[in-house]
Design a protein around this ligand. Sequence first.
Ligand SMILES: [Zn+2]
Ligand SMILES: [Zn+2]
Length: 254
Amino acid sequence: MEKIYTIPVNDAYNEPAICPLCFLKNKAESDYLDYYLGPSLMEPDTRKITNKTGFCPDHMGKLNKREANRLGLGLMLHTHLIDIKSDIAPQLQKTAPGKGNLLKGRNTEYKSSLKKLADKIDSRVKACPICEKLDYTMDRYSSVICWMFSHDKDFKEKFANCKTYCLPHISALLRACADNMSQNDAADFLPLLSSGVDSSLTELISDVEWFTLKFDYRNNDKPWGNSKNAIQRSMRILSSDRSDFDEKQGKSKQ
Ligand SMILES: [Zn+2]
Ligand SMILES: [Zn+2]
């Protein structure tokens, strides 16, 4: 198995506080954001793709937040907007149906072409080379985790001690297990996964409950325990790690 995958997987399982796949995803995403803001943004092969795809809303926001290579981003957006205009605007102009009249009756064909164009616009909004690369890399990581579980005793022990998986990545591991593991290995893998998930959910449920009970004035003076960031941790478990779940932001909004 290639070391470019196994080393980061080991690193991720050395971080006890975060879902290891979120850890891997954050690292890979950050590398791709740097890549697209770096010299590659001006390379003809990359530009050919980004002129067509642009970036999805999530990654456009993240590229913008880095405040790097504004010129490159501007040049890319310029050609991307031209591509969008030449693709979408003419079709949009053709959408209006003629007015119905008694002789010709009503024409409902335009409705399906409205929906077709709407689908096309939606898929162009979603198109993103960073998402595409991330999906590929995360699939690789999930299969590598399965491979390492079956072939690397030390890793198997690390896996057994890991309790922090988010829901989207539990699903990724289940798919990877179905695609990559022998039945015997799956018989070892799944109980470890499920007991880790069970204990982390049990802990989180009681932390969130205590978070809500702290709003009762009678609990004012009692200690927060692990509950202070229970909302952020719940969101992380339910929908994977995102920077907008940061504890600091959460605190300022409370
Ligand atoms: Zn995760
Ligand atoms: Zn994206």
